[in-house]
Design a protein around this ligand. Structure first.
Ligand code: ADP
Ligand code: NG1
Ligand code: MG
Length: 486
């Protein structure tokens, strides 16, 4: 967070650059509200390296923060109103009287797509609950976001978290990083998706030059050293997917809940809580992750389970199933893929452990790795380590594509193109569009990026400059011409 002096000059705060964006935002703020912002909030996006769709099942994940962020200029008001503006004119302005005695209603548009300001309202609603509705100040917020939206890099959580933090700062509330990360995870669920908390955790607990191994209950982040010889390249598939606009995400969440309950019930065990995660099921049964994979084959052998079948296995009626396990946007579903989802979760959790162990092992092929800095942020690792990490990322993508069915043809295309260059990548974030993250040896990064431009972005019509089209083969050039003519 950074503050200004309330006059025309922006005062640089330690660790926060007084850059062009802060200056531009200050000017926009002044032009709109006739006063300078008194503080700024900055929340990063994230890239998840491995551990996809397992945070809400209680398993550890391995994300790191990105430079791209949501930056918000803010000021207090004497009324209890929210005045919300966005530097990007496609996001319309929004004002709201915050009445502490009335619930903030967060409704999507008539097509079920959330309004952009709903994410801000989620943060404020969560903040209000934290202060027991004892609002002292209203706020003016001006948002400048540069995380590609709906792309699996967590623009939504950065926006929710920035709003929640800005609001709580205005109320003089005090809470630590773990508390605010937990509060923001809860707040974002008001948008309708039952997220696991990874995005908000890394938003507040990230450290420079390091990924974080995030564990749950209690929430904890442990820095993980990444190979110095390789870079993580994030590439956009050019397909966007707004997670709260469909029930794809919640469908996976509830399939995992049902699978967890059936595994426990079918094993003859009991669970105190009605809704349990797959990780809780594992703990109740006292099994290893590999044994859980075997249990899935034993107790969830079918490709598809109907609602009637699930009710019969759990000895409950449909109403109980709807109320206990399903969400408003999944209660009409009649078919569930339980085996596939549970297999992905247990195997992905195994991959996270393998990935982390490979990164943190101190001796690689007889060669002692060295660490740099107190938390061991950089290391020497051999080529075989990078190959091993790449293979884990590759298996993760295959599982997300085939078992979890959350990929997209453009993401698969990027993965296939990368494989040709022996670079491994996987979709990152929730999927159905968005980005891939690739692990590429440093000395091949430029070549890799050029290859992605030639083989993907030029053919998709995003770049068609002569430098790149000159490098195309005749058939590629023909395809591009056909595409351009369409
Ligand atoms: P992501 O993978 O980026 O988190 P989501 O589908 O969860 O994608 O959320 C994307 C939504 O967040 C956008 O459709 C938009 O409503 C909101 N959003 C993201 N960035 C901004 C921004 N800079 N300004 C306003 N709204 C934003
Ligand atoms: P994105 O793609 O950023 O919306 C979502 C969830 C995460 C996690 C990943 C999949 C939210 C806010 N975020 O991320 O918790 O489940 O998908 O690993 O729901
Ligand atoms: Mg999101």
């Amino acid at each position: 967070m950074t503050t200004t002096n309330g006059n025309s000059d922006t005062v640089p705060i330690k660790g926060v650059p007084c850059n062009n964006r802060i200056e531009a935002l200050t000017k926009h703020f002044y032009d709109e509200f006739g006063c300078k912002p008194t503080y700024f909030v900055r929340i990063p996006g994230r890239v998840n390296i491995i551990g996809e769709h397992i945070d809400y099942c209680g398993y550890p994940v391995l994300p790191m923060a990105l430079e791209q962020d949501i930056l918000v200029a803010a000021d207090l008001t004497k009324d209890s109103k929210l005045y919300l503006r966005n530097i990007n004119s496609k996001y319309e302005k929004f004002d709201l009287k915050i009445n502490p005695f009335e619930d903030i209603d967060i409704k999507p548009d008539s097509n079920g797509k959330p309004f952009w300001y709903n994410y801000v309202l989620c943060g404020i609603k969560g903040g209000l609950e934290f202060i027991n509705n004892e609002i002292i100040h209203g706020i003016r917020l001006f948002v400048d976001g540069i995380i590609p939206p709906a792309s699996g890099l967590s623009s939504s959580s950065a926006l929710v978290s920035a709003a929640c933090l800005a609001f709580l700062y205005a109320q003089g509330a005090s809470l630590n990083k773990i508390e605010i990360a937990t509060l923001c995870a809860k707040s974002e669920r008001y948008i309708g998706t039952q997220g696991g908390g990874m995005d908000q955790a890394i938003a507040f607990l990230a450290e420079k030059y390091s990924a974080q191994y995030i564990t749950w209950q209690p929430l904890k982040a442990t820095p993980v050293a990444l190979p110095e010889e390789a870079s993580f390249v994030v590439a956009h598939s050019l397909a966007e997917a707004n997670k709260a606009a469909t029930n794809d995400y919640n469908r996976r969440v509830i399939e995992c809940r049902l699978a967890a309950r059936i595994l426990v019930t079918s094993s003859g065990a009991t669970a105190n809580k009605k809704v349990i995660t797959l990780c809780q099921a594992q703990n109740i049964l006292g099994k290893t992750l590999t044994e859980m994979v075997d249990l899935v084959h034993d107790f969830l052998p079918k490709e598809i389970y109907t609602k009637t079948e699930v009710c019969s296995i759990l000895s409950i009626d449909e109403k109980t199933m709807n109320n206990l396990y399903l969400t408003p946007n999944t209660s009409h579903l009649n078919e569930f893929k339980l085996k596939q989802r549970a297999l992905h979760v247990f195997e992905e959790a195994l991959r996270v452990e393998d990935f982390r162990k490979t990164c943190t092992q101190s001796t690689v092929n007889g060669k002692t790795a060295h660490t740099n800095g107190s938390n061991g942020v950089t290391k020497d690792v051999s080529e075989s380590t990078i190959v091993k990490l790449g293979e884990l990322m590759c298996s993760s993508h295959d599982s997300l594509k085939n078992l979890y069915e959350c990929s997209h043809e453009n993401l698969d295309r990027l993965v296939d193109i990368s494989r040709k260059m022996n670079v491994h990548c996987r979709l990152t974030g929730a999927g159905w569009g968005g980005c891939v993250v690739a692990l590429c040896p440093n000395d091949r990064v430029n070549e890799y990026i050029e290859m992605l431009k030639d083989e993907f972005y030029v053919l998709k019509g995003l770049i068609a400059n002569s430098v790149h089209s000159n490098r195309l083969t005749t058939s590629q050039r023909r395809r591009l011409r056909r595409k351009t003519l369409k």
